[in-house]
Design a protein. Sequence first.
Length: 89
Amino acid sequence: MATARGIIPNPYYRCAGPNCGVLKGASDRWWIMWTSFGEYGVPVMYLAPWDEELAVHEGALHVCGENCAQKLQSHFMGNVRDNQDRKGG
């Protein structure tokens, strides 16, 4: 069955949180995260409430909740700092 926007929900979304992998259920309160180098010229992380249109975009991370979102944010921040240190900045 299609949603109002014509997108068929994927019943097999898995949480991208480290060591998680939980499958998304119909009533779960999930989030979408993604990163971009974007218009600012620096790495940026985005977080949005669950949305089927955002969920199907390339690079979208499907996140089951606050704990996994925080772990992914921590990894992102560590990776940014590690890359800055390697570049000497």
